[in-house]
Every structure is written in structure tokens, then in C-alpha cells.
Ligand binder design. Structure first.
Ligand SMILES: [Zn+2]
Length: 194
């Protein structure tokens, strides 16, 4: 039995709280993001953008599998299952996570791999926070790392990938991959400081 399996949920949550990081200083110290000095504030470092793009390239020929999701969420493979939805969704432990496109999932797995290579402490960051950081980083593409196209906001409300809710989106204007959704009512925006 693996260590994770013998841990109770309460123990896991407690440990996760203790290991929470401040995303911005953590990512800067790892060399993943840098200050830009303009209103955009933060961007990928060139070397990190290259690393992520390299993993995205690898993932063109590899299907995302249980191993990738288990690694992303720090869960044993037995606790990971692909959900049978018409959008991209996986369960890790008792939580179902969804992505606004297969590309968004590929991006998260690529980011996870890239951060793992440069920062050993990434593996200790709590699972939910890791997912949140990966989501935030989807907005850091200066151009689409899949097709070199233009990343854009669509301010016209559209239906969410994964519910009846109306959302505005961050997407690639060229390949149409949707990377993020923002709720209309209460802004669930990307907040690197929380
Ligand atoms: Zn694109």
C-alpha cells in the first residue's frame, strides 16, 4: 500500500495546508515567471516558456493518461479516473476536475512537467493549489504555445464548457483552443496573490 493510501483525508488536508506556498514568490524563485515592468506585471521567463512549449510538443504524439493526471494531482494511479463526459474531466481522489478544452489539460500537464524539472519543491505544493497555479499559468502565454496564434479575451458571453453557466473566455484566436473561463456574476479571475 502506498503512503498516500494509508493517509486519512484529514491528515492529507492538514499536510496540504502546511505546504501551501505563495504562488508569485514561489514561481519567481523557481525561475518560471518574471516581472515585466508593464501592466501585465508577470510573464513566463524565456527558458520556462521554451520548456513548456517542448512538453506541449511531446504531448502532440502522446495521449494524456492516468500517469500524467496522477502526477499532476499527487495521487496514486488507483485514485485517478477519466470521467465519461463530453468535455475533458478527470477525477482525482474524490474531486472531479474539468478543463475548458483538451488543450488546457495538455497545457497543465506540460506546466506540471516543466515545474517538476526546475523546482523539486513543486511536488510538495498542495494538490488543489497546484491545479490553481497551473490554471493561472494558462494566462501567461504571450502567444499560443500550440500554434503560435494570438491569445485573446472573448468578452461576449458564451456557454461554459462544462455547465449551463455563461462565461467569458481566454482563448486562441487562431486554433480556437479555450484556456480559461471566467464567470460573469462573480469574477473567478486569476489572482496570483491569493
Ligand atoms: Zn493556438
Amino acid at each position: 500500500m502506498s503512503e498516500e493510501q494509508t493517509q486519512s483525508t484529514a491528515e492529507r488536508i492538514k499536510q496540504e495546508r502546511q505546504n501551501a506556498v505563495q504562488p508569485e514568490p514561489f514561481l519567481k524563485a523557481a525561475g518560471a515567471v518574471k516581472d515585466t515592468g508593464d501592466e501585465q506585471k508577470l510573464a513566463f521567463t524565456d527558458s520556462f516558456a521554451e520548456r513548456v512549449a517542448g512538453h506541449i510538443e511531446d504531448l502532440r504524439t502522446e495521449a494524456i493518461g492516468v500517469t500524467d493526471i496522477a502526477q499532476l494531482f499527487g495521487a496514486p494511479e488507483s485514485e485517478v479516473l477519466e470521467k465519461d463526459h463530453d468535455y475533458t474531466a478527470w477525477r482525482a481522489y474524490n474531486t472531479v476536475y474539468n478543463w475548458p478544452s483538451e488543450g488546457a489539460l495538455v497545457f497543465d500537464v506540460a506546466t506540471d512537467r516543466a515545474l517538476r524539472e526546475i523546482e523539486s519543491a513543486w511536488d510538495d505544493v498542495p494538490t488543489n493549489q497546484r491545479f490553481m497555479i497551473a490554471q493561472s499559468l494558462r494566462s501567461f502565454q504571450d502567444w499560443c504555445l500550440f500554434c503560435d496564434g494570438t491569445i485573446d479575451f472573448n468578452n461576449t458571453p458564451v456557454q461554459s464548457c462544462c455547465s449551463d453557466r455563461q462565461v467569458i473566455t481566454l482563448y486562441c484566436a487562431d486554433c480556437d483552443r479555450r484556456f480559461l473561463e471566467f464567470r460573469m456574476e462573480e469574477d473567478q479571475g486569476v489572482d496570483m496573490s491569493s
